[in-house]
Write a protein that binds this ligand. Sequence first.
Ligand code: FAD
Ligand code: SF4
Length: 443
Amino acid sequence: MDEAKIPYHLRDNEKKFPQLKPLMNSSEAYYESSRCLFCYNAPCIQACPTSIDIPLFIRQINTGNLAGAATTIYKSNYLGNTCGKVCPTEVLCEGACVFNKINIQSLEIGRLQNFATDNAIQVHQKIFDIPADNGKNIAVIGAGPSGISCACELRKEGYNVDIYEAKNNPSGLALHGVAPYKITNKEALQEVEFLKEQFGFNIFYNKRIENVSDLENLESKYNSIFIGVGLGNSVEIKIKGEDKINCVGATEFIEEIKTKPIEKPIAKNVIVLGGGNTAMDAASESLHLGSEKVILAYRRSEIEMKAYRFEYDLAKVSGVESVFNVAPIEIVGETDVEGVKFIRTETINGKLVNIPGSEFIINCGLVIKATGQMKQTSMLTNIKGLTFDESGRISVNETNGQTSNLKYFAGGDAVNGGAEVVNAVAEGKIAGKGIHEFLSKRN
Ligand SMILES: Cc1cc2nc3c(=O)[nH]c(=O)nc-3n(C[C@H](O)[C@H](O)[C@H](O)COP(=O)(O)OP(=O)(O)OC[C@H]3O[C@@H](n4cnc5c(N)ncnc54)[C@H](O)[C@@H]3O)c2cc1C
Ligand code: SF4
């Protein structure tokens, strides 16, 4: 995508966020691809939620067949470029690569994937043949990874697909949430442009589907509806002082730094509450933005953190400090945040308890709450007959993504409770196939 076409506020500040996995040049790609052993029953394929034939595309790169490599990738994963950049490859394909067993650096599968798919995007390679319209219409709610993937799968079968997106850009959290040093805004946006060119689905922006009448409208116009709305805002921690200026949710903080010009310097001292991957991202990003001291505060022990080890290591290498077994009990300050009051915790008989009298304060000018995202409930509860599991996730038939209201299918974070882009892509595709099968049987 031409840089000039990206709105000012979405251009990346590449100096602040150098890419962790920069694009390979052709010599690097040739060398790296020549290391692959092209394993039988390759464990890297089995570790990929979208089952990309990794040894095949690596061989295609090695023999100079870049177009073939991109075709192999996109036939399995419609967001092959985004996934190459943002997937936790360390625990998926690269983590499964046989080289790990002999303590040799695994193949850089993610970067090779990007080498092939970036070329396809730049040269506008035509990969898919779209059949004539089959006369049936599908609505997709949400232009995140799950919605885009579902739309591609359905266009491949000739459905007319309209995506309704609440925001003014596509890509969902791949644009608004994923750390800017993993993927640039330009990369996230240009892959969706490429897919629009390939498949010809429509995206209507600033179209939040919210109330019963919005839903009835869709139900009357479309044969099936896919729900790919993801999750909601950061959860509240419900402690005194949470409403102070500069006490913010992690997803809102990250969206702000990714999509708005940075107008004022970030606080010198930052406390990030939480122990998941989002907490690691928010902490590293604060340092990249110029904070002098960033402390990660987690209520349990280091080994109980949910974050991937490599994400925690990355935060530590960036200079993030940590305190464990501390629970926030108050955000202190007048109108602005001045610090966090903690109490120490310990685990007794498997239960986390506060240690009376152990309260202490750490000063800071910004608190980032990375303690999870809320479920999207208001719109979903307006859908008749939609059922949820005990954690508030939409219940679906896992084999085809169909919900308890047979007109609706769903996938991505709204169903899995929050996983990775690659899972959302895989589930969007399953639902696309499910919709096709369901509508084909009916006529
Ligand atoms: C901070 C953060 C960092 C992350 N980092 C990574 C990472 O490094 N690697 C990785 O693989 N995954 C990462 N993830 C997870 C990943 O981004 C998600 O799993 C993935 O984007 C989910 O895709 P989705 O389509 O289900 O939902 P989303 O990406 O959330 O997309 C949902 C879309 O629906 C739209 N929408 C919502 N409600 C409505 C409505 N009522 N009407 C119309 N549109 C609506 C939203 O605006 C959004 O565009 C991260 C998540 C977060 C929060
Ligand atoms: S496991 Fe590693 S060496 Fe084997 S096919 Fe996959 S990438 Fe190549």
